[in-house]
Design a protein around this ligand. Sequence first.
Ligand SMILES: NC(=O)c1ccc[n+]([C@@H]2O[C@H](COP(=O)([O-])OP(=O)(O)OC[C@H]3O[C@@H](n4cnc5c(N)ncnc54)[C@H](O)[C@@H]3O)[C@@H](O)[C@H]2O)c1
Length: 270
Amino acid sequence: MKQFYGKKIVVTGAASGIGRLMALAFAGRGADIIVADLNIEGAEKVAREIHAIGRQAWAYGVDVSNVDAIKAFRLQVRTDLGKIDGLVNNAGVVFGGVFEMVPLEKHLLTYQVNTTGLMAITHAFFSDLLESSDSHLVNIASASGYIGLPYGATYASSKWAVIGFSESIRLELIERGFDQVGVTTVCPGYIATGMFDGIKAPSFLPLLTAEKIVAKIMAGIENNDAFVKEPFAVKSVDILRGALSQKLWDKTAKLLGISTSMVQWKGHVR
Ligand SMILES: NC(=O)c1ccc[n+]([C@@H]2O[C@H](COP(=O)([O-])OP(=O)(O)OC[C@H]3O[C@@H](n4cnc5c(N)ncnc54)[C@H](O)[C@@H]3O)[C@@H](O)[C@H]2O)c1
């Protein structure tokens, strides 16, 4: 996106964490924000914070795991506000633990929020992005989208799917000549928002602050970067993994603390 002033941007999961900070960062650059979250009180609070800095904001309670709710949300936004110019797919959940000890419903919900919900909301608003003269789609994936994550198998795989989806859509837009629609896939390591409380960050992947990753995301959108990978080591994970034999990679992942990082997870479950 080349300029933000007066643009209408939907941010999902914007009631807290990096979603809230991205909503405020867009508003700080002159955009008006559709603050969408399961947590309507939190969304209303963020909308008030945005009003306080002089931009428009509208809070919507929406459950992105529910396709009917997404369709209703899309219709409501069209009726209330017209077309949008930006969509940030940020809502996400994680349920860590020993695979078979985590209830199946939680594994399924992880895919419904992080993957199928993200795809469905993109589908719902895609025509707006195509019609805007300068639009952007941001998909929040994760560094775990490049690796196996013991005790977080469905979370990691939900993000592998987001990376594949987001990169495919980006290339499809280029093939179709929609150069004005930017797509940025965001792959952060662990961030200090509470979602991953209890984890032990691998030594080469220091815990990110929410402020730092949001600053990198905003710069990535402004540069129309295909990927934002942070901290720095995330940029080389897939190269390293491809270069090493499977056995050596398994040992490296353990040695670096990737394979055990989720053992003590006790992050919040919203
Ligand atoms: N925290 C990390 O270490 C980390 C690392 C990499 C990627 N991410 C990703 O960043 C994104 C934001 O996470 P965060 O760290 O800010 O956590 P967070 O828990 O503060 O934010 C997630 C937001 O999503 C909302 N949400 C959850 N389920 C929803 C649903 N069904 N419908 C609508 N909204 C829903 C929550 O209410 C919350 O406001 C997520 O996609 C997460 O997977 C986080």
